[in-house]
Design a protein around this ligand. Structure first.
Ligand SMILES: NC(=O)c1ccc[n+]([C@@H]2O[C@H](COP(=O)([O-])OP(=O)(O)OC[C@H]3O[C@@H](n4cnc5c(N)ncnc54)[C@H](O)[C@@H]3O)[C@@H](O)[C@H]2O)c1
Ligand SMILES: O=P(O)(O)OC[C@@H](O)[C@@H](O)[C@H](O)[C@H](O)CO
Length: 388
């Protein structure tokens, strides 16, 4: 059984590759990073180190890698494989759509169906990939592809980092992981079984729990840490002013889940506490700039910060903590991050209110509220923190 996985990065190697290998899959990675491709092909495998007490080392074998630009080889692998997965970053899905389209047309001629699982931190990533492929198709082409391609949404949770050892990339992952898959969307005639994954009938609560709790909390610590000049998420979690604000943000988001779904408060409290503990794990050193990367994506109306604030707004529930976190995110600067640079340039050229309108697309009353918090914060770096 072979899986073609787009993106041999932290999650690709440290999570998806790990779980699929344990399920008996050989993996063909497709990536753009020449050095990584060379490493994987030379070693015919790659190392993973668990961030546990024993620093357990794993070796993933039966692996090879192809350069994304070698569309002939990529297409061949896509036509012959039993599963297609991705973790390239949501904004890169459009770049892999053209080769996927061509391979899926060949598979449709051969009547060979396939599951495609996009594993990205965004609501319905596989639907997004499907739309990108559909955009490139004539009606007739899409009709053929639609008969054989099953686009399956997922939610993935594992802190996945990497380090260099002897010039080699080593995936560094926490022991915990959760891979939630829309069981209803999988090909009913698939020829493989997956263990150690959670197949569910309704994805929305899981995707929202991942985004509005795990990623919202993470992003909040990242932007607060960056504001205070701290380097890691773990240092930021130790700051009581940051912790009080983020815990309040989480408590308010919890009320969205209680209002919307049949979830138990005690379980949500436990989930939030576990999430903060996982992200505060002293064995992990996670850069605030990795977690805060791509702030324009993270400040989108449907992403981790604005979406829960808007949901609570619509329900008439408290959401003051989320608005403060959003104001801090608009102050995020990082010269190495193209989106952070673009965000600050947009604020400089158009002012904060217009930038919030363009990036977060929230109603005018919220634009004004967040703009006031942003200006207060610029004048006084402590203004968003709550007094005990
Ligand atoms: N790292 C985590 O802790 C974590 C956890 C959950 C979800 N995620 C999500 O997983 C996805 C990947 O994150 P990551 O941390 O592994 O990022 P990463 O940058 O480590 O890996 C992404 C990989 O995709 C490759 N890539 C980019 N464009 C490509 C293309 N057109 N074709 C082939 N390969 C391409 C890059 O070269 C890189 O190796 C993101 O959507 C992220 O939100 C990450
Ligand atoms: O990958 P992003 O940029 O969407 O978000 C950054 C982190 O929050 C994310 O990578 C987490 O480490 C991960 O989602 C934990 O499961």
């Amino acid at each position: 059984m072979n899986d073609v996985h787009f993106g041999a990065g932290n999650i690709g190697r440290g999570f998806i590759g790990n779980v699929l290998h344990d399920n008996g899959f050989d993996i063909t990675f497709v990536d753009t990073n020449e050095q990584l491709i060379e490493q994987i092909n030379m070693d015919k495998g790659y190392p993973i180190q668990l961030l546990d007490e024993n620093q357990t080392k794993l070796w993933i074998d039966n692996v090879c890698a192809i350069n994304s630009h070698d569309s002939k080889q990529v297409k061949k692998a896509l036509v012959e494989c039993k599963l297609i997965t991705t973790s390239v970053g949501a904004s890169n899905l459009k770049n892999i759509a053209p080769t996927l389209k061509e391979a899926l047309l060949i598979r449709s001629d051969r009547k060979e169906s396939i599951d495609i699982l996009a594993n990205e931190n965004i609501v319905n990533a596989s639907e997004l990939l499907k739309d990108e492929i559909k955009k490139l198709c004539t009606n007739e082409e899409w009709e053929s592809i639609n008969k054989i391609a099953y686009f399956v949404n997922t939610a993935i949770d594992r802190q996945a980092l990497s380090t260099q050892e002897d010039d080699r990339q080593v995936a560094l992952v926490e022991p915990y992981y959760e891979w939630v898959i829309d069981g209803n969307a999988l090909n009913p005639n698939r020829k493989y079984r997956l263990k150690n994954v959670k197949l569910v009938k309704e994805m929305k609560p899981f995707i929202e729990r991942k985004l509005f709790i795990v990623n919202a909390e993470h992003a909040a610590f990242a932007y607060l840490g960056a504001l205070l000049g701290l380097e890691t998420i773990q240092e930021t979690i130790q700051q009581s002013n940051c912790r009080i604000l983020v815990e309040r943000f989480m408590k308010q988001n919890k009320h969205y889940f209680l209002a919307k779904y049949d979830m138990k408060e005690v379980e949500l409290d436990q989930f939030i506490a576990n999430t903060i503990n996982r992200h505060g794990n002293p064995a992990v050193s996670d850069d605030v700039h990795r977690v805060g990367r791509s702030p324009i994506r993270k400040l989108d109306r449907y992403d981790r910060l604005v979406a829960p604030v808007m949901e609570l707004e619509d329900l008439g529930l408290d959401n003051d903590a989320g608005k403060r976190v959003i104001a801090a995110a608009y102050l995020y600067t990082n010269e190495d991050d193209p989106e952070a640079k673009e965000l600050q340039q947009t604020i400089k050229n158009n002012g904060i209110a217009e930038t919030i309108r363009r990036v977060s697309k929230v109603p005018e009353s919220l634009v004004q509220e967040i703009a006031v918090l942003y200006h207060d914060l610029k004048n006084n770096g402590q203004s968003i923190f709550y007094r005990r």
